[in-house]
Each structure stands twice: as structure tokens, then as C-alpha cells.
Ligand binder design. Sequence first.
Ligand code: MG
Length: 157
Amino acid sequence: MRVGIGYDVHRFEEGKKLMLGGIEIPFEKGLKGHSDGDVLIHALIDAILGAAGLGDIGEHFPDTDMAYKEVDSKILLKRVLELVSEHYVVNNVDCIVVTERPKLSPYKDRIRTSLAELLGVSKERVNVKAKTEEGLGFTGREEGIKAYAVVLLEERY
Ligand code: MG
């Protein structure tokens, strides 16, 4: 078994779709980024890369590379899974999305389903938590969203 942790932050941007865990969440703003700004998938990618000992998302998909401009983060996740799948399977994932708004409780289950599908695991192996920071800090000021992810990879025998 190998554990990995991931963390990411994106700033809100007007006029963009809000993508979290591969699904669009209805909201008045999206997340700024070289890609589609899916902060949760980025944290998850870093957790997988970390567990596999393969560095971080910036090494694999540099934001200076125009190939990744506006890229769907689901595609990046698929690539990372291809990279690790020769040696590992995903045992389970836990993650936290921190934002004041939008309220994510109505979407947690859909995000969970989406991540489970992307990872090719059953839904009970994926857990999604949504938190606010009670008005404190940059999430409290509604300037952006942060996400944490932990992944356990199991070596194939
Ligand atoms: Mg990111």
C-alpha cells in the first residue's frame, strides 16, 4: 500500500463554468486556471502522483505548455491513471473541498459518483467532504476554492 496527499487552490473568475470533480456546479463564477480550473481533480492527481512517487501535476502538465490550455482536467486524471495503472490500483480516496459558496452538500453525491467513474472504482471507495471556513481567510472572503485529497494505492501482484 502507498499513500499520497494532494492540495490545490484556484481563484474565482467571472464568466467561467465551475467544474468540481469532473462535473459542472451551477454558480455565478468558475475557477481561474490554465486548465478548466477543476481544483478537486488537481488535488486528486497530486495525491495519486504522490502515492506512486511520481512528482507533481506541474511536472507532468506544465502550465507553460499550450497543449494544456483550457484542458478538461478529467483528461489529465485519465493520463495519470494510465501512468500508474501498470503497477497500482486505487484502493480508496478521501477528499475535502473548502468553499464558502456555493453550498456543495446538494452536489457531493454527484461529485462522488463522477470521481468513482473516473477512477474506475466503486462509489464506496470514494468519499467527498465539503467544508466552509466560517468566513475566515480567502475561502471565507469568497476569493477562491481549495481542495485536499488523500489516496491509497495498492500494488498489483
Ligand atoms: Mg490547479
